[in-house]
Design a protein around this ligand. Sequence first.
Ligand code: NAD
Length: 283
Amino acid sequence: MVQIISGKEIGEEIRKDLTLEVESFKKETGITPGLAVVLVGENPASLVYVGQKEKACEQVGIISRKYALPENASQDEVLNLVDQLNNDSEIHGILVQLPLPVHLNESEILNRVSPQKDVDGFHPVNVGKLLLGEETFVPCTPQGIIELLERTGVEIKGKEAVVVGRSNIVGKPVAILLLQRHATVTICHTRTRDLAFHTKRAEILVVAAGKPHLIKGDMIKEGVVVIDVGVNRVNGKLVGDVDFESAKEVASAITPVPGGVGPMTVTMLLKNTLRAAKSLAQT
Ligand code: NAD
């Protein structure tokens, strides 16, 4: 019987622990962790994600403040807002919701966020630390994937891990985290010649391609653990990058979409925000 890895349930467990941790941090220091969410424009998916993040903050006792700028906001307006938040002592984490409108220079904006408040782990200083294996803010989705594997009791050490996708926010960092936990890691992407050759070898398969049903049951090996990161809207329904129906016949464990990786991403944001508040409280 295939095991369905519920990020919803595992995320809830972690949020319960976080609620207690936030409460005792508040008691000890008098500080309430604060997250600032910067939203530029009105991308419908971003509005949904920001809403989920605000709700989750409230659930565990973190204050969230939304800063909504119009679609035509200038680069300077966004940078000034980030500067202001960097200097705001009530804000411990800053999240710039992506994607930004195309006229904005995304990397300049992300680089402006103080590395100490970079709860998304996108600042080059934190990316560098991650690569070096130093303590840092780990990007939320990759961190959530590792938590899912570890809390499900999946041994990573020595395993053949295959990651489909090489984006800066999912593919590359999750590959690094798997490598740090001693998996043998292969990264596949759009120029990979024979995708199925690699995916068939995987004992742990992480798929973050943004292509609905890219991975089918006949492309994976018996007993593989499948983590489906993809979120695609097909005919009004959310589907992953893995064809769940055929893959679940072959895999030993698999994440559903929705209810798999998504809730873990938001939960790791809460964890990173508390961590930021704790470390800023010591400075
Ligand atoms: P992206 O578009 O930045 O990167 C996609 C990667 O997949 C690229 O590196 C590309 O080379 C690779 N790819 C695309 N088609 C491929 C193919 N046919 N064969 C092999 N490789 C292929 O996307 P991203 O930001 O990494 O997100 C990936 C997916 O994960 C999206 O569906 C996104 O919505 C979803 N996502 C979900 C969460 C979550 O919390 N659940 C978080 C982030 C992203």
